[in-house]
Design a protein around this ligand. Structure first.
Ligand code: HBI
Ligand code: FE
Length: 280
């Protein structure tokens, strides 16, 4: 298959995945027999460590949905998850060799198929890996696809991505993905919680994103979020907060074309640019 993509608008190092085994839609088969004992043990240890951190940091919806992933002590077979996932929200996960170009990515989401990288980090990469591996995708992204409202938002995001592609607005729309599906926070009655996969799958960023006084936390607002750049290899300096998944779904009902036109001419915000203090 083709060359690996430049993703998130920034060049990636030579990719970990083998793209030659992907089809024209960039999907491949999960070769479950190829996982080593060390791979399964890495998955088990990552899962165990992350679960211990979830109480009072992860959103209720995530904690409620997590058991739907199934086995914890070894890498699951995608078809076992798909049996449950399809029954729950008509989504399915498909194996990919890693990050894929935007159009195949948007096309999969628009068809309620979530791309899950099928390799796992090496034991020596236990604490951090730049490219998303199977643990980031399975543990971080898949549980909330069992949540009907969130699942509909992700499909609508994919449909919006295909439109944005035609309007040259992918960079703006990818910031919405970054600051919601990857690094979103939600305000619950009992406090702030994480729902973004990049936070939920990280042992360091989960407590940092929810509890640290260092980053700024702003209400999710399309005009601000879509103008805010991000960095892919540090903790976020800005998080955006929602009140509900319904808010995400409703926010993406409109046609973004006029919004893109409005934002195109406006200055962007750096990832760590502080909100000007509101005049007293
Ligand atoms: N590919 N496999 C995979 N997973 C992602 O999350 C992903 C991707 N390609 C592009 C991408 N995300 C972002 O650029 C989206 O905002 C489009
Ligand atoms: Fe991700």
């Amino acid at each position: 298959m083709g060359q690996p993509p430049v993703v998130y608008g920034q060049s990636t190092r030579p990719p970990r995945g083998d793209y030659s085994r992907a089809d024209e839609g960039y999907t491949c088969a999960q070769n479950h027999a190829a996982y080593t004992a060390a791979d399964h043990d890495t998955y088990r240890r990552l899962y165990e460590r992350q679960c211990a951190l979830l109480p009072s940091l992860a959103s209720d919806a995530f904690i409620e949905a997590l058991p739907s992933l199934g086995v914890k002590d070894h890498i699951p077979r995608f078809e076992e998850i798909n049996d449950r996932l399809y029954r729950a929200t008509r989504w399915e996960i498909v194996a990919v060799p890693g990050l894929i170009p935007e159009v195949p990515f948007f096309t999969l989401l628009a068809n309620r198929k979530f791309p899950v990288t099928d390799w796992i980090r090496k034991p020596e990469e236990f604490d951090y890996i730049v490219e998303p591996d199977i643990f980031h995708d399975l543990f971080g992204h898949v549980p909330l696809l069992f949540n009907p409202v969130f699942a509909d938002y992700v499909q609508r995001y994919g449909q919006g991505g295909l439109k944005a592609q035609g309007l040259g607005a992918c960079e703006m729309l990818s910031r919405l993905y970054w600051y919601t599906i990857e690094f979103g926070l939600i305000r619950q009655a009992n406090g702030l919680r994480a729902y973004g996969a990049g936070i939920l799958s990280s042992s360091g960023e989960l407590p940092y994103a929810v509890q640290s006084p260092e980053p700024q936390r702003l209400p999710l607002q399309l005009q601000r979020t879509m103008r805010t750049r991000y960095k892919i290899d540090t903790y976020q300096q800005t998080y955006f907060v929602i009140d509900s998944f319904e808010q995400l779904f409703d926010m993406t009902a409109a046609d973004f074309t006029p919004l893109y036109e409005q934002l195109r001419g406006l200055p962007e915000f750096a990832a760590d640019e502080r909100e000007a203090a509101v005049a007293a």
